[in-house]
Ligand binder design. Sequence first.
Ligand code: PEP
Ligand code: MG
Length: 882
Amino acid sequence: MAKYVYDFTEGNKDLKDLLGGKGANLAEMTNLGLPVPPGFTITTEACRHYLAKGALPDGLEEEIAGHLASLESAMGKRLGQADDPLLVSVRSGAKFSMPGMMETVLNIGLNDESVHGLAKQAGGNERFAWDSYRRLIQMFGKTVLGIDGERFEHALDELKGSRQDTELSAEELQGLVETYKGIVLEQTGKDFPADPREQMRLAIQAVFDSWNAPRAVLYRRQERIPADLGTAVNVVAMVFGNCGDDSGTGVAFTRDPGSGQQGVYGDYLPNAQGEDVVAGIRNTIPLQDLERLDKKSYDELMAIMATLENHYRDLCDIEFTIERGKLWMLQTRVGKRTAAAAFRIATQLVDQGLITMDEALTRVTGDQLAQLMFPRFGTDGERRLLTKGMNASPGAAVGKAVFSSERAVELAGQGEDVILVRRETNPDDLAGMIAARGILTSRGGKTSHAAVVARGMGKTCVCGAEELEVSPAERRFTAPGGVEVREGDVISIDGTTGEVFLGEVPVVDSPVVEYFEGKFDGRQIDDELVKAVDRIMRHADSARRLGVRANADTPEDAARARRFGAEGIGLCRTEHMFLGERRQLVEDLVLASTDEERQAALDALEPLQKNDFIGIFRAMGDLPVTIRLIDPPLHEFLPDIVDLSVKVARGEASDKERRLLDAVRRLHEQNPMLGLRGVRLGLVIPGLFAMQVRAIAEAAREVPGARPEIMIPLVGAVQELEIVREEAQKILADAGVDALIGTMIEVPRAALTAGQIAEAAQFFSFGTNDLTQMTWGFSRDDVEAAFFSRYLELGVFGVSPFETLDRDGVGRLVRIAAEEGRKARPDLKLGICGEHGGDPESVHFCHDAGLDYVSCSPFRIPVARLEAGRAALAEKNDSDTR
Ligand code: PEP
Ligand code: MG
């Protein structure tokens, strides 16, 4: 029979699939002998069953009852026992952390009788007991019964007036419980359930259900967490942080998640329960102050944090509660961190002897590296500082201030950059946080919801800017000195320093880009980060098998790509060489009515092309340069059909323009992307490709060491390639130049007949932009704006296939082509030059598919190098564990 429930003593940290992150780590801490309240975990498997069938699996309730009985006997009291109640919390916990997205209910087991028993347990503390009871009804009402949380908060606010919640008396809280019960009856037509077991059962189901709450669905999509994992549920004996001044609750990191620095980082809230901290409801005190308040617990906490870091060999974040001077650990996990901290911590841990360089490489990602390459605010020029908050998630964000999640989504949808300004955020703000360039809050610490979620998303965030008076209803905030910022006013926020500026602050290069450019001046503030990036990049380079080339078509781009580590050019598009003043020559080419006229136009283009290639060959030295012959349809280089028609109709056109209009009409296509472009153009316009090949050969002759490779686009049949190749080979032979001749694989037919095509190609380069377009039948210029948001919403795919290579479909074609191509020609070189070449997941695919190199835009090259190293390690680790 399936086992759906595990006691904390039965699990361990490697069982995250089954027990969720929280459950697995609670078990791990229990087994380490740390002070964890006893409890048990209901598996994700039970959740998946419940969500699929709409009912709990057979036997689950009995299993839960059995574990509850053990818990009761361990604690020496029964759930909700009137004179001495055991209370439990019911907490969600999925495999991947989803901060605040799912539900948790505390204080289960309280009712009109057991509330007195609880007061007795707490030495006659009636206030504490009634506060716990009102919290149960409030959380249960919102989470389990689906009542609008505002109803409860409003009642609490009315009662509090200008006081803190800690100042409410036992009698007042008792009155509040009655008010809350009234709200439940009015909203649901039923009494608040007094039976503790029913409370627990309903709470467990509500946690399961919360897996599919809209904000959880949205978060998973954003973070690319699979939708079918389900959540585990942890039932944990309650410990109380709200028993008085010798109690409290807090969150802590074993090092600074913003910078990686070692030290004491965290927030503590005396006399409170956990949800108060994360929600930023009252202002927390720094964790250091706990030393003064309760030295014994503080010292114990520090020792536990050291144990956890050594055990997990990584930064951990923890949640803890102190109940009347006794420390309890409620959660730990390997903590989220900023991109800069990820690099720094990884190398710090290597230096401490805790991890190897291989592991350090697995601890950072290409996305994090990309974030570090974003520009940041410059210090020159006028900057009007409004205030300084906490530097919760780094980056430089500029945008119009908005004061609600809805407005953020609305304005961002219109293409505006916005900064979401809130007092504090809660999980309902998620959509707005995703839409905004940055997030600014006036309350809450570095561990508040806004900070945790923003860091996870890599979004700039300044939190706890307490000097700001934020009025969401009036859509404005007031800064010190009475400066008022209204919706639509532009502000700039610096998540690295916590500064908030009025107006737009100009941005400058990041130190990591300076480092790649060879321009970093060693300044101290960025030095540790740059050194960490350097070490990890070197290690990635030594680990990777994939080559990394650049998509570059100017000498400047080529030179930058080389500085960034490109080992060649994988795609030099020649289209731009037909633009600008050269359009004139293209027009002449199209209008030519005799061979002589056409040749004259080509002869005029050739030296210009040759010069373009000389510049690129010089920039790349003896590295290979793959030049793609012209690809887009010719009409793209001609005047617009409408403008020209108007001019002709008005009688303002010259004779040439009238002839041009005829040509434009002739060349007009309904589906130009499927029309006369690529190799087809080369076959239809005699001499065009030959001119380009001659220009390449002549340029190569002038630059010693140049290594041109000639690439034919849009081939679908080997016959097309054979014709072009024959002509090109002859030109190269005449010039005495050696160059590989290969093709792009971007038409599905080419992939499916790769065995034939490889007979005529020395290399393949997968043009996955077109290959994706043609495999899915998606117009690459139109669909993303037209309907991809709907497709993402419907879960047709979790990410656009133009962004991350679709392994199942497009990837299958790539594998077929690679395999059949290599069978026909074992030394066939394989690369990719679509946009996917710089996308982390796609780089892993390319490694797995056995390609020789990826080619991407210069700025993505470091990302591709890093991910190529990680892909090689992943393969190694896979085979090690097999
Ligand atoms: C491709 O199709 O993937 C490609 C690199 O070519 P282009 O984007 O120029 O069509
Ligand atoms: Mg293409």
